[in-house]
Design a protein around this ligand. Sequence first.
Ligand code: NAP
Length: 303
Amino acid sequence: MYDVLIAGGGIAGLTAALYAARAGCSTLVLEQQYYGGQIVNAPLVENYPGIHRISGAELAQRVYDQALAAGAQYANAAVERAEPRDGGFALYTNRGIFAGRGLILATGAGSRPLGLDREQALTGHGVSYCAACDGGLYRGKDVAVAGGGNTALSDCLLLAQGCRRVYLIHRRSSFRGEASLLEQVRRQPNVELLTDATVTELLGEQRLEGIRIRQRRLRTLKVEGLFIAVGRQPRTEAFAGLVSLDPGGYIRAGEDCRTTKQGIFCAGDCRSKSIRQLCTAAADGAAAAIGLCESLSAEKKQA
Ligand code: NAP
């Protein structure tokens, strides 16, 4: 049985692993995809203290190397369920069952779908949730971005560099994203802002050939790509019966990252909080690991 099992190998989970291993706890990180989480897709990170400019992938690699050098272990496995067992917890995954005295839940959040018919079938065939990953495939082509937050605005700026035309489709007349980003978007000659507009239909059989939008009246846009940037949703279904979730599905925990269940902490974007940034994910990882390792060592002393 490990001392600390960490579900999720993003920056929060890896930072938790670094702190837990340094505290002398045997530590295993379980990650379903690739280590680093969502930051891996960021071409450039300029707001991580102490590092002026770095790619998200390189930052992730550094934190991973640091955690493993400290003694943490890492495995690829998708966590499907968690339950109390033998005074600790069992994590059920697609690669078997792992046991730990304590848990840190750091599974992050994934892209929120628009909920359109065939959205899933066309994902990877014209529909994308990551402009940084897939934008290069649409060089010289017409594309659309759906959303009105910072991600949609940043995606728009990125795509405007290589695409022929970019439609930004937002359901309101005002944008949630930062004014300075919006100003930059407005300055792009090949970006058209369509406000009070919603995407109602995806067109094309094998791949996306266009979209239908409603902006007072129905209209068809011939685009080969649709980048959906309408926010994120937490990956917490596996823990729903074990810890308390808020109405948005985020795990309830304060700044100390303690969940409602003794022995379980959470860290990063899956936690109920207002600011979700790289450095707050790292901060959560540290707080969760310190809190859990302290309570494990207090338990040991009592035993
Ligand atoms: P967000 O700020 O939650 O914005 C989501 C946008 O999608 C909102 O404009 C929302 O519209 C719209 N939306 C939600 N559901 C929709 C639906 N079903 N149909 C159509 N539109 C829908 O999400 P985000 O842009 O991904 O940003 C998440 C966080 O990351 C934010 O804190 C953001 O500041 C941060 N971030 C920062 C940067 C940066 O600093 N450069 C870059 C990216 C992200 P309404 O406005 O009508 O609700």
